[in-house]
Design a protein around this ligand. Structure first.
Ligand code: UDP
Ligand code: LCN
Length: 813
């Protein structure tokens, strides 16, 4: 079978090939009535029908086998079975098969959604006025990419498209001039002044300037020719010396003469567009100490704090190279938490460590009763966001003495606030998902009604869809996040077409081929997470405390369990104690695998030990499960369970200490969006085993820079870990080969320097892109406003508002 053929064309033949078995199979699929089936369910049922192994293999090797392997799910409404088939990332097809006669119909995404809705809400599914959301309808003029290999490389595509527009339309060229004319910093003109208000005037001035610069020594400071430049209509911002100015002028001259994407990208990377940046990161405990491991407080906080440092550093460099002496300002805007429980989350302003001009700004949540004091889960945060954004916007404008040039949101709540503010002020908007919840829970869209009381997914998915459509650009950590892998849809991809039966049907939510998507992977702070071999930098003061943390024999508030045989290498894991992190899974794999237990000890850093002290429902359940597993598998003497650790310096030394023991890091999550611990461990030279479900599958090249493990197959995964340690025993050089492979991978792809450069280039290019596509953007924004006001706000009203007055038992228990 040719992969280029569509399923609707090949399915009839595929069914004909083994009609007898297929007939039985489809009757089996419909036997239990209406429901959803995943690929493993389809396979399992097939196994029961085609008992003979060889016959089954024959079917699976044929066309039907191929179609089945690319099927994501099937919806069953007897006598029909509808398949959602995904032959390649971003490409979907839908077919409906009648189990009685095996006739095949190709159906649209909308029809597929309607079909599957009938499983849960037939009346609504058949209502021809059921609300359909179609963001694609607003995109008819927008260019989209078509090659899967281009997904996530939006800047490059946008440059090509801008180039073609500049070529074809004088109006677009004039837009470029107008864009440059509008550049300013607090009213001070940059690059060109009003005398150069046409292409020809600009071009003539640049030719004169370029000629004069050619005769100057490279290091001539801008100040020595700025007056001459002014006479020609050119203002500061082109560069700090003759060489840089000449290059920048040269790039623009090339673009004006014959636009090409390379010079365009180079030119835009030089344009002084961004000085003031706002980053929204609202939920959890956003602080610089004593917060990691607290509920809803994990990698995002680490990411945002490192991001600020990297962005400020890059901004300072760029501003200097632009020949300007402005100070950049970055504000991280979060929630002020009066009940800060030992953190600084009740302080309004706090300078960001290792920066000169960046601050955390905290704004409280306000309700009709006044300021809300207590922490609320990120799932319950929606009622406060609109007011929070209004209050925060006022503060931000006051502090920055004007509007920010770039607003970046983080996670659903931050992205929604950022989009509300950016829309109001007309600022450029970037969003970062970190982890879209929709893919974390199976059928979370179809089951929204059942899950809403706990998670309020109706608000969350609506807010996510609004933010991703408002964004001028979307930053993702991996390709997987956008379009997944061969077998698994991406997090954004799962918002392409989905349905919340009874509420609305999204026939076009986001297109993964949209050029707004850009991959910029985070790094780990390399002044903290450095290799175990850099002995002179090692934080030796922590070593006695780490010895105690790992090896003392007492149980206390910080650790329980002990390690009988200290000479064994350690397998180490550290994560929030969420179900999806699967720390209990790892404990169980270890418990069950005698060979692994004989080779290594297990050290876990996660949560704490008393479930009654937890505010988080998932954490409570996981704590209880950990105790049960330690008991069940008699792990005392081979496991050390350490409570959540908040000191990143000490943590980094812990990773290195484990590396000294020739151990490994294990990240066993059921699903991990990116996984900062994975790159922290790799930065420390610690061989890493990480889940193949999500971002880590892209970070690690299996067997070269670490290992991938499948959380769905615990025995296989624990054996893979055991094999590694067995091999290290036989070949002591093997451990170092993997450790070095991990470090090489990090230095090539995962550093904050690479990140900051990419993100600021996005800020520059998309600020212009937004202007170029202004009318369309405005039309879409109107649609979004309608959706927000008429629908989202009603959904938010279903979320209970927290109160400080009554002390209730945690509501999710
Ligand atoms: N972390 C920590 N102490 C803990 C658990 C986690 O310092 O007890 C840190 C960890 O070092 C990493 C971050 O929290 O920097 C977790 O990020 P990751 O992306 O792995 O997961 P997330 O929690 O964001 O889902
Ligand atoms: C949230 C997650 O769940 C992690 O996978 C990421 O590493 C973290 O955010 C930072 O983006």
């Amino acid at each position: 079978m040719k992969r280029s053929e569509s399923a609707v064309d090949t399915m009839p033949e595929a069914l004909r090939q083994s009609r007898y078995h297929m007939k039985k199979c489809f009757l089996k699929y419909v036997e239990k009535g209406k429901r959803m089936m995943k690929i493993h369910h389809l396979m399992e049922e097939m196994e029961t029908v085609i008992e003979d192994k060889d016959e089954r293999a024959q079917v699976l090797e044929g066309m039907f086998g191929y179609i089945l392997c690319t099927t994501q799910e099937a919806a069953i409404v007897p006598p029909y079975v509808a398949f959602a088939i995904r032959p390649n990332p971003g490409f979907w097809e839908y077919v409906k098969i009648n189990s009685n006669d095996l006739s095949v119909d190709g159906i649209t995404a909308t029809d597929y959604l309607k079909f599957k809705e009938t499983i849960v809400d037939e009346t609504w599914a058949n209502d021809e006025n059921a609300l359909e959301i179609d963001f694609g309808a607003m995109d008819f003029k927008s260019p989209t990419m078509s090659l899967p290999s281009s997904i996530g490389n939006g800047v490059s595509f946008a440059s090509k498209f801008i180039t073609s527009k500049l070529y074809a339309q004088t109006s677009s060229q004039q837009m470029l001039v107008d864009y440059l004319l509008a550049l300013n910093h607090q009213g001070e003109k940059l690059m060109i002044n009003d005398t150069l208000n046409t292409i020809s005037k600009l071009q003539s001035a640049l030719i004169v300037a370029h000629a004069s610069l050619s005769s100057m020594p490279n290091d001539t400071p801008y100040q020595s020719f700025d007056l001459r430049f002014k006479e020609w209509g050119l203002e500061k911002g082109w560069g700090d010396n003759a060489e840089r100015v000449r290059e920048t002028v040269g790039f623009l001259l090339e673009v004006l003469q014959a636009p090409d994407p390379i010079n365009l990208e180079k030119f835009f990377s030089r344009v002084p567009t961004v000085f003031n940046v706002v980053l929204f990161s609202i939920h959890g405990y956003f602080g610089q100490s004593n917060v990691l491991g607290l509920p809803d407080t994990g990698g995002q906080v680490v990411y945002v704090l490192d991001q600020v440092v990297a962005l400020e550093e890059e901004l300072l460099l760029r501003i200097k190279q632009q020949g300007l002496n402005y100070k950049p300002q970055i504000l991280v805007v979060t929630r002020l938490l009066p009940d800060a429980t030992g953190t600084k989350c009740n302080q309004e302003m706090e300078p960001v460590l290792n920066t000169k001009h960046s601050h955390i700004l905290r704004v409280p949540f306000r309700t009709e009763k006044g300021i809300l004091r207590k922490w609320v889960s990120r799932f319950d945060i929606y009622p406060y966001l609109e007011k929070f954004t209004q209050d925060a916007s006022e503060k931000i404008i006051e502090i920055m003495e004007g509007k920010p040039d770039l607003i970046i949101g983080n996670y659903t709540d931050g992205n929604l606030a950022a989009s509300l503010m950016a829309n109001k002020l007309g600022a450029t908007l970037g969003t970062i998902a970190h982890a879209l919840e929709k893919t974390k829970y199976e059928d979370s869209d179809m089951k929204w009604k059942e899950l809403d009381p706990k998670y309020h997914f109706s608000c969350q998915f609506t807010a996510d869809t609004i933010a991703m459509n408002s964004a001028d650009f979307i930053i993702t950590s991996t390709f997987q996040e956008i379009a997944g892998s061969k077998d698994r849809p991406g997090q954004y991809e799962s918002h392409q077409a989905f349905t919340l039966p009874g509420l609305y049907r999204v026939v076009s939510g986001i297109n993964v081929f949209d050029p707004k998507f850009n991959i910029a992977s985070p790094g780990a702070d390399q002044s903290v997470y450095f290799p175990y071999t850099e002995t002179q930098k090692r934080l030796t003061t922590f070593q006695p405390a780490i010895e105690e943390l790992l090896f003392s024999k007492v149980d206390n508030d910080e650790h329980i369990g002990y390690l009988e045989d200290k000479s064994k290498p350690i397998i180490f894991s550290m994560a929030r104690l969420d179900t999806v992190k699967n720390i209990t899974g790892l404990t169980e794999w270890f418990g069950k695998n005698k060979r692994l237990r004989s080779l290594v000890n297990l050290v876990i850093v996660a949560g704490f030990f008393d479930p009654s002290k937890s505010k988080d429902r998932e954490e409570m359940a996981e704590i209880k499960k950990m105790h049960l597993l330690i008991e069940k598998y008699q792990l005392k003497g081979q496991i050390r369970w350490i409570a959540a650790q908040t000191d990143r310096n000490r943590n980094s030394e812990l990773y290195r200490f484990i590396a000294d023991s020739k151990g490994a890091f294990v990240q066993p999550a059921i699903y991990e969006a990116f996984g900062l611990t994975v790159i922290e461990a790799m930065n420390c030279g610690l061989p890493t085993f990480a889940t193949n479900q999500g971002g880590p599958a892209e970070i690690i090249v299996d067997g070269v820079s670490g290992f991938l493990i499948d959380p769905n197959y615990g025995d296989e995964s624990s054996n893979k870990i055991a094999d590694f340690f067995q091999k290290c025993k036989e070949d002591p050089g093997y451990w170092k080969t993997i450790s070095d492979g991990g470090l090489k991978r990090i230095y090539e792809c995962y550093t904050w320097k690479i990140y900051a450069n990419k993100v600021l280039n996005m800020g520059n290019i998309y600020s212009f892109w937004k202007q170029l596509n202004k009318e369309q953007k405005e039309a879409k924004q109107r649609y979004i406003e309608l959706f927000y006001n008429l629908h989202y706000k009603n959904l938010v009203r279903t979320v209970p508002i927290a109160s400080d007055e009554v002390v209730l038992a945690p509501k999710h228990v």
